[in-house]
Write a protein that binds this ligand. Structure first.
Ligand SMILES: [Zn+2]
Length: 329
């Protein structure tokens, strides 16, 4: 890890960050906030917020996508400002960083990414922000390899879809926060412990729920092959259209293979993910004799009013949707 950068004096952009974090606790996409003279209600409250030294001194943690931001927020709580480069609902694999993303990365105290090939687009600006430490939170996880398509033999990046792996993420996040902000070590330790207990509880809940499914109803059919880690944890079976988003999505060959597998295994229901087009999977349902069961969340959370505003709710929503679909509910 490179030497920690000193927090620069507060800038108009940081004033705006503090204002929005204060007024919208659930919001973490801060684009468009380039000037404290902005006339928005958020900006008008910026001055009073910025005058509070405790807010101004907080570390800014920049993450690459919303799922990771939520995990970090659970470990940081009020001790740091946590942001995501990509917005709720955005596709993360093929994201194109903007000049303002680079500016935000340069302002951050710490950048946290998933690794395992998820954010190849982020690599291009790490060279420009070499004085900002960056930590890959999947470090220590046993990667599962993609077994087909153009990504064959590369690691599947979706390790967070396993709650057991998420415990490794949390520990890496805790260590990274303590490293840059040792004054708040006790808080980070306590928060990480409490959040890990929540993740262990959801793991138990998923285990119990999914154990109800009979052998012939254990297929999870998705658009992206993003559930491999979760499927391994809970002894499910996997069928997907394409291995990684931003690969070729929904080619005639992929659709044909999925239809054949759905038919051969008499799978009653298929699903797709929130960040991609579901049309190919709807065709699989029509021609494979299955129902289309709706949307899973993987690469992005929803906003606060959606089905999956947090990582834990994302896991619960997916498994509830799967079980209801497979049981014909
Ligand atoms: Zn994905």
């Amino acid at each position: 890890m490179p030497p920690l950068n000193q927090r620069s004096p507060i800038t108009p952009q940081i004033v705006c960050k503090v204002a929005i974090i204060t007024s919208l606790s659930a919001a973490f996409w801060l684009s468009g906030c380039t000037s404290a003279s902005n006339n928005s209600p958020s900006a008008s409250s910026a001055t009073s917020s910025a005058q509070q030294p405790d807010l101004r001194d907080k570390k800014v943690i920049l993450t690459t996508f919303t799922v990771l931001a939520d995990m970090v927020r659970n470990v940081a709580k009020d001790q740091a400002i946590v942001e995501s480069l990509t917005k709720p609902g955005a596709e993360v694999h093929g994201y194109e960083p903007t000049p303002s993303d680079l500016a935000r990365a340069q302002e951050a105290d710490l950048i946290l990414d998933n690794g395992l090939g998820l954010e190849r687009w982020a690599e291009r600006f790490y060279g420009s922000v070499s004085d900002v430490p960056h930590v890959t939170v999947s470090t220590g996880i046993q990667p599962l390899e993609i077994t087909e398509g153009g990504y064959r033999n590369q690691p599947n990046p979706h390790a967070w879809m396993s709650p057991r792996n998420a415990l490794v993420y949390v520990e890496n996040i805790r260590k990274a926060l303590v490293e840059i902000d040792p004054v708040n070590e006790a808080a980070y330790n306590a928060n990480a412990q409490a959040y890990s207990q929540q993740i262990q509880a959801i793991d138990q809940k998923l285990q119990t729920s999914l154990s109800q499914l009979p052998d012939h109803r254990r297929y999870m059919v998705t658009c992206e092959g993003a559930f491999t880690y979760l499927i391994q944890d809970y002894n499910l079976k996997e069928i997907y259209l394409w291995p990684i988003n931003s690969d070729q999505e929904g080619t005639p060959q992929q659709i044909r293979q999925a239809i054949d597998k759905v038919k051969a295994n008499q799978v009653p229901i298929v699903f797709c993910e929130s960040t991609v087009n579901a049309e190919a999977q709807k065709q699989v349902a029509r021609e494979g004799g299955a129902k289309f069961g709706g949307i899973f969340y993987v690469d992005s959370l929803t906003d606060a009013s959606g089905d999956a505003p947090t990582y834990i709710e994302l896991l619960e929503y997916n498994v509830d949707t799967l079980i209801k679909g497979l049981q014909g509910g």
